[in-house]
Design a protein around this ligand. Structure first.
Ligand code: PLP
Length: 376
C-alpha cells in the first residue's frame, strides 16, 4: 500500500472510539469492496468457511502474532461483543482457578464495570484491590497500599482507562494469572505477553472497526470455565474451532488484517510506540508549558493514547472556555475533542492512526486559542 495524499476533505478525528483508521487501509477497503482479489464479491458477502476468507483470517492472525511477538503457548481468538462482553467472559472462564474471589484493581470506570460484572456473575463481591473512582481522582494509590490476595484465581486490571486518560505503565506484580484489558492501548507499543494470563482488547480504538474483539490467552488457562458458561463466552469453544465456532466478525477481521499490514509498513510496534510517545509528549509539553492549560492526570499515569486537558485561565477552571474550544476546533476540522460526559473538559485521543502532523496541528490550534483568550 503506497502512501497517498489525503484529498477527500477528511477531518482530523480525535475520537476515543471508534476512532481514526489509516487512510491507506480505507483506500484498500474501497478498492477491494466490490470484488476482493478476483473473488467476484466483497469480503462482507463471503462464507467464513470459504478458502479465500480462510486465507484472510490466517494472515491476520499470523501477522498479529508476528507484530506483537505472541509466544507459541498463547492462543489468539477473534470474538464479538466488544470488551464489555469480555467483562463477563473473564470471571466465567477463570474464577475456577482457585476457591477465593478474584482480585480487581480499579483504576477508572472500565475496570469498575468489569469488577461489578464479575461480582454479579459470581454471586459475591470480588476483592477490590484499590479503587480510585470514588473521588474521580486522577491517580492510582501506591501499589504498597494495595490489598492483593496471593490466592485469588486471577488479578484483573485495565491498562489504559480511556475515559480518565490514565495509563498504568508498570505491570502489577502478582503470582496468580494477570488478566488485562488493553482495549485502548492495544498494539500501541510492544507488550511483554508472557507477563499475562490473558489479554482482552476491543478493536475499535487502535486496530480496526468495532465488531472484532481480540483475546490472547495462555493455553494452559483454557478449558477452566464454569460449567454453566454460555458456549460462545467459553474461550475453549473458540480456541477449539480457531474462532469459527459460529460466524466470526469477518469484515472487521479483514480490516484489522489490513491495519496489521500497515503496522508492519510503519516499522512495527517499536517504531509505532516511539511515534506514539512523541505525539503524547508534544501535547503534554504544550499543556505543561503554559499556565492556561492543565493536564489533570498525575504525570506518572498520563496516558499516551487519551490526553485530557482543562482550561484554567486564572486560579479558576473555565468550563465555558473549554466548551468554546471544542466548538472552535470543530469549525477548523479538528473533531471529537470533547471530554467524556462524566468528566467534561477536553480529551484528544491519539491512537496509532493519528499522525504526528495532526498533533502539531492541534498544538498550533491550542496556542492560537490561548493567545485569543488568555487573561494573564
Ligand atoms: C472502549 C473500552 C471498553 C468497552 O469497549 P466495547 O467494545 O464498547 O465494549 C472497555 N475497556 C476499555 C479500556 C475501553 O477503552
Amino acid at each position: 500500500m503506497a502512501e497517498s495524499k489525503p484529498s477527500y476533505d477528511r477531518v482530523l478525528n480525535f475520537s476515543a472510539g471508534p476512532s481514526a483508521l489509516p487512510l491507506t487501509v480505507l483506500e484498500q477497503c474501497r478498492d477491494d469492496m466490490l470484488n476482493f482479489k478476483g473473488a467476484g464479491m466483497s469480503v462482507m458477502e463471503m462464507s467464513h468457511r470459504s478458502k479465500v476468507f480462510g486465507e484472510i483470517f490466517a494472515e491476520a492472525k499470523n501477522d498479529l502474532r508476528e507484530i506483537l511477538k505472541v509466544p507459541e503457548d498463547y492462543e489468539i481468538l477473534f470474538m464479538q461483543g466488544g470488551a464489555t462482553t469480555q467483562f463477563s467472559c473473564v470471571p466465567l472462564n477463570f474464577s475456577t482457578l482457585s476457591d477465593e474471589v478474584p482480585d480487581y484493581i480499579v483504576s477508572g470506570g472500565w475496570s469498575k464495570k468489569a469488577a461489578a460484572e464479575a461480582s454479579k456473575l459470581l454471586g459475591k463481591e470480588v476483592n477490590i484491590v484499590t479503587d480510585n473512582t470514588e473521588d474521580l481522582s486522577v491517580t492510582v494509590a501506591d501499589p504498597s497500599t494495595w490489598r492483593l490476595n496471593k490466592k485469588a484465581p486471577y488479578t484483573y486490571y485495565c491498562v489504559n482507562e480511556t475515559v480518565y486518560g490514565l495509563q498504568m505503565k508498570d505491570i502489577p506484580e502478582t503470582k496468580n494469572p494477570l488478566i488485562a484489558d488493553f482495549s485502548s492501548c492495544f498494539m500501541s507499543e510492544p507488550i511483554d505477553i508472557a507477563k499475562f494470563g490473558a489479554i482482552i482488547a476491543g478493536a475499535q480504538k487502535n486496530i480496526g472497526p468495532a465488531g472484532a474483539t481480540v483475546v490472547i490467552i495462555r493455553k494452559d488457562l483454557l478449558g477452566k470455565a464454569v460449567p454453566t458458561c454460555p458456549v460462545l463466552l467459553n474461550y475453549q469453544t473458540l480456541a477449539s474451532k480457531d474462532s469459527m465456532y459460529n460466524t466470526p466478525p469477518c469484515y472487521a477481521i479483514y480490516v484489522c488484517g489490513l491495519v496489521f499490514k500497515w503496522m508492519k509498513s510503519q516499522g512495527g510496534l517499536e517504531k509505532l510506540g516511539e511515534i506514539n510517545r512523541q505525539k503524547a509528549k508534544l501535547l503534554y509539553d504544550a499543556i505543561e508549558g503554559r499556565k492556561f492549560w492543565k493536564a489533570p492526570v498525575d504525570a506518572k499515569y498520563r496516558s499516551i493514547m487519551n490526553v485530557r486537558l482543562e482550561i484554567w485561565p486564572t486560579e479558576i477552571r473555565d468550563k465555558e472556555l473549554e466548551k468554546r474550544f471544542v466548538e472552535k476546533a470543530e469549525s477548523k476540522g479538528l473533531l471529537n475533542l470533547k471530554g467524556h460526559r462524566s468528566l467534561g473538559g477536553i480529551r484528544a485521543s491519539i491512537y496509532n492512526a493519528q499522525t504526528l502532523e495532526a498533533c502539531h496541528t492541534l498544538v498550533n490550534f491550542m496556542k492560537d486559542y490561548q493567545d485569543k483568550n488568555a487573561t494573564r
